[in-house]
Design a protein around this ligand. Sequence first.
Ligand code: ATP
Length: 233
Amino acid sequence: MTVLDIDGIDTYYGNSHVLHDVSLTLAEGEVVALLGRNGAGKTTTMRSIMGVTPPRRGEITYRGEDIVGKAPNEINERGINLVPEDRRVFPTLTVHENIVLAHKLAADPRPVEEMYELFPVLDGLRRSNAQNLSGGEQQMLAVARALVQRPSLLLLDEPTEGLAPVIVDDLRTMLQDVVEQDVTVLLSEQNVTFAFDLATRGYVIDTGSIVFEGSIEEIREREDLLEQYLAVS
Ligand code: ATP
C-alpha cells in the first residue's frame, strides 16, 4: 500500500524556484533514502511534505488524502513526524522531560519506557539537560521524541550531520532497530554508506530535481552517479 505519493511538486522560497517536478513514493514499511549533496533540495522536500514550505504545483497524497495546503500541525496529527537537521530538542529541559513532553502532545503515544529500551544511552541520561548532550545523543533524543508519538511516517533529515564516525556507527545500530518497527521512513542523507545500510530504495536529487531512482543495489553499482551527484568518489 502507498503511504506517501509526491507527484510533480515545485517548491519555492519567495521567487527562488528550488524543487522542480519532484516525484517520490513510499510504500508501507519501506525505508527510502533521499540522497544528494549539500543544497540539493533534501530539506526542502521534507519541508514540502510537512507543510512548512508547501509546493506551488503538484500533489502530495498521504494515505489517499491530499495534504498540500494543510498546516504543519495538521500534517503531524495525521502521523507524519519530522526529525529536522538541527534536531530541535528543548535545551534546558532534561532528556526525560523532552520525551515526556512529546508523549503528552501525542494522541496515541508509545510508552516512554519503550524509548529507553530502544535507546539505552538515553536511559543513563534521563536527568541530564538536553543542552549538555553530545551531538549523537541529541540526535537519539530527537528520534526518541518523534518515535514516542507513534508516527506512521518518519522523516529523518540528515541524522548523521556533524557527528563523529564512531557516533554514526552507534546511531546506525539504533536506527536499524527503529526501522524494524512498524514505521515507514524517508531518510535524507549526504552520507551514502549510512543510507545504504538502512534503506532498500533510493532517490538521488540534484539542484532540486530527481536524477535517479532505484534500489540501493542499483545505486551502489552506479559509480557515475556516486561521483557526479553524491559525496563519494
Ligand atoms: P543541506 O544539507 O544544505 O540542508 P539540502 O539538500 O537539504 O542541503 P536544501 O536545504 O533543501 O538542500 O536547499 C535547497 C536549495 O534551496 C539551496 O540552494 C538553498 O540555498 C536554498 N534554500 C534553502 N533554504 C532557503 C531559504 N529559506 N530561502 C531561500 N533559499 C533557500
